[in-house]
Design a protein around this ligand. Structure first.
Ligand SMILES: [Zn+2]
Length: 224
């Protein structure tokens, strides 16, 4: 006969995919290489943060959540969710315009990740080498010093009666954003401090400019 191609039933293939292909593997190997700098502001590192900017819709802050215990995901922005097979079907639909069938999705994932090529851990290790290289960006002293600066800044923003609530909210968001970058070791503490100083200036100046543009206080009138 000479035919040594083995056909595996879809059901069996799907079981192996669900068991062996993880959402982080799919992110590091398929999604991130395809979406490029979409993740620059919130780099994906599921070891330290289960959130990511959603690959299924456009957004600036992360609404996509990975649940390690159930190997599933849910996006609080576009409300799509499910397992690795669902993720591939949605992502392929977004990139190509057509959603692959369940069978097509299963055989793609099986062929790409499992079919006798590499082990699961190799897939993760290769994609994570870059992240690991950046792990020791800051010394403990730098982090302590930054945290002290950050704490004082937050206190002074919170209790400053001259800063409007909208401006305070923007600044608090900047603080949260920097906290995430630092916790992922993706920014130097010194750069984080410079960034926050610049943002405080920018937001407070913008607020002052708006005040100048609206010069009339109550009771004041223009002579026409
Ligand atoms: Zn989404």
């Amino acid at each position: 006969m000479g035919n040594n191609v083995v056909f595996m039933p879809v059901k069996q293939m799907a079981a192996q995919v669900l068991n062996g292909v993880t959402i982080p593997m799919y992110f590091y190997n398929i999604i991130i290489p395809q979406l490029g700098n979409y993740f620059d502001l919130y780099p994906v590192n599921f070891d330290v943060d289960p959130r990511a900017c959603c690959p299924l819709h456009d957004e600036d802050t992360p609404s996509f959540r990975f649940y390690e215990d159930t190997s599933s995901f849910y996006c609080f922005g576009c409300r799509k969710g499910g397992n690795i097979i669902n993720l591939h079907r949605y992502f392929a639909e977004r990139m190509n315009g057509d959603m692959p069938s369940y069978e097509e999705a299963v055989s793609f994932l099986y062929d790409y990740f499992l079919k006798g090529k590499e082990t699961e851990s190799q897939f993760i290790d290769k994609a994570k080498q870059k992240v690991d290289k950046e792990q020791k960006l800051n010394t403990d002293t730098e982090i302590v010093r930054f945290n002290y600066y950050r704490y004082n800044l937050e206190q002074s923003i919170t209790f400053d009666k001259t800063i409007k609530l909208e401006v305070k909210k923007q600044l608090w968001e900047e603080l949260d954003h920097i906290d995430i970058l630092l916790s992922k070791n993706l920014i130097k503490a010194d750069d984080a401090e410079q960034y926050l100083k610049a943002k405080v200036k920018e937001y407070i100046n913008a607020d002052a400019t708006i005040k100048k543009m609206v010069p009339m206080s109550k009771g004041e009138t223009f002579n026409v």
